[in-house]
Design a protein around this ligand. Structure first.
Ligand SMILES: Cc1ncc(COP(=O)(O)O)c(C=O)c1O
Length: 423
């Protein structure tokens, strides 16, 4: 017969008990902190255990103390975690930190960057509304707005990213939303956020800006008048190519009344684990953006002098058409994505040769990783666009995009030379 286990005080209980008083573990953040400090400190309150690195709450639901409290929480009359489709402390920590960095009142995490664009459109648009969108934004954004929302009666006009008069001309009485991405993927076209916000607001429309390429470490669109900031957390926010995630940053009123109700019904939710990875990524965002951008500037400057390179697209170069605007809007930094056209008659074959000759860079469609990524946009990220849409966006078969990481600059140059010298 098994001996009944005797009741002993388990050693691992003692330190926990010592920390169970909240007052001992929770120091409220002092006011007026710098952004670099908020990047590592902004989060929801610690648990009673006083963890220094934020906890991951992997739970689908939260127990309620009693039915009356549950009823009030479900009705939105009282704060409290309910169900991880729309309330989770780890996701809330990520949201709080990203909102602090962007300088917005609030933020809502989503399962991917495209889920953020979907939530944006579902939250702000209805059948019969009209969107004015840059023709140079990420390919899936064009597809989602033009084709998917087109099916539900949302109209859209695509305009040149940099031509403010084209945005103005496209306005209709039913225009509700302007959508820009600056710099754009992959041609790094820069638009004037403050000017665009003024035009949108004159038309009683919202301005949404996809801030993936700069991140709040370099550019804070809300400070220039943008109403909603769109993020793919998959890119620099995570920064190490580990998770797919997204977010919208906006006013508290807009998040609460336009986006949370859609999230609650539609469930494009960010998982707590992925939120935690992004939360940790935000802690090093600023130093990664500075270091990767410094590498990118060196690479772009060098590429511009190479005889097999026809044209380099990089906002940090004086030759970039919106260089002055980019420097003013992006804290004097060009970002970490460099695109260029290779020379040659059969330029697709030349671009493929250059990419396939690399031995170090990753041939993959993501960007924002500390590992340098090389891509052929016309056949990958923008491959689903029609030839007409692709040409309107200026994406030729000769275009190569390099999302520069943290490797040594000389190793990156050597890797590109393998293909450039054998074209
Ligand atoms: C500028 C930009 N916005 C949005 C997205 C979509 O993000 P996700 O892949 O996380 O859905 C991407 C993806 O490459 C992107 O480059």
């Amino acid at each position: 017969m098994l001996k009944k286990q005797t009741q002993t005080t388990r050693a691992w209980h003692c330190p926990m008990r010592a920390n169970e008083s909240k007052e001992m573990t929770q120091k409220p953040l002092p006011p007026h902190l710098h952004i670099d400090t908020l990047a590592v400190r902004a989060a929801v309150d610690k648990s009673q255990y006083g963890e220094n690195s934020e906890a991951i709450f992997i739970t689908s639901s939260f127990t309620q103390p009693d039915c009356e409290t549950a009823a009030r929480r479900f009705a939105g009359e009282e704060d409290g975690y309910i169900y991880s489709r729309f309330t989770n402390p780890t996701v809330a920590s990520m949201e709080k930190r990203l909102a602090a960095l962007e300088g917005t009142e609030d933020c809502i995490g989503t399962s991917s960057g495209m889920a953020a664009v979907l939530l944006l459109c579902m939250g702000l648009l209805k059948s019969g509304d009209h969107v004015v969108c840059s023709q140079s934004v990420f390919g899936s954004t064009i597809k989602l707005i033009a084709s998917e929302f087109g099916k539900f009666g949302v109209q859209s006009t695509f305009v040149s990213q940099t031509d403010l008069s084209a945005w103005k001309k496209a306005i209709q009485p039913n225009t509700r939303l302007f959508f820009a991405e600056t710099p754009t993927n992959p041609l790094t076209e820069v638009c004037d956020i403050a000017e665009l916000a003024a035009i949108a607001h004159d038309a009683k429309a919202y301005l949404a800006v996809d801030n993936c390429f700069c991140t709040p470490a370099l550019q804070r669109p809300a400070q220039m008048g943008a109403d909603i900031i769109v993020h793919s957390g998959t890119k620099y926010l995570d920064g190490q190519g580990r998770v797919v995630a997204g977010a919208l940053c906006a006013s508290h009123d807009m998040i609460k009344n336009k986006f949370i109700p859609v999230m609650r019904s539609a469930g494009m939710s960010l998982s707590p684990f992925n939120a935690w990875v992004v939360l940790k990524g935000l802690e090093t965002l600023s130093i990664r953006m500075q270091a990767q951008s410094a590498n990118a500037l060196q690479l772009a400057t060098w590429l511009e002098t190479h005889p097999q390179v026809k044209r380099v697209y990089y906002p940090g170069l004086a030759s970039h058409p919106q260089h002055a605007l980019a420097m003013q809007q992006q804290s004097g930094v060009g970002g970490a994505v460099v695109s260029f056209d290779v020379t040659g008659q059969d330029s697709r074959a030349h671009a493929f040769h250059l990419i396939d000759s690399t031995q170090l860079m990753s041939v993959t469609a993501n960007l924002g990783d500390v590992k340098t990524i090389i891509t052929h946009p016309a056949s990958t990220s923008h491959g689903r666009l029609t030839e007409e849409q692709r040409l309107a966006a200026g994406i030729k078969q000769s275009l190569v995009r390099v999302a520069v990481g943290l490797e040594h600059i000389e190793d990156l140059k050597t890797d590109l030379l393998r293909g450039l010298e054998t074209l």
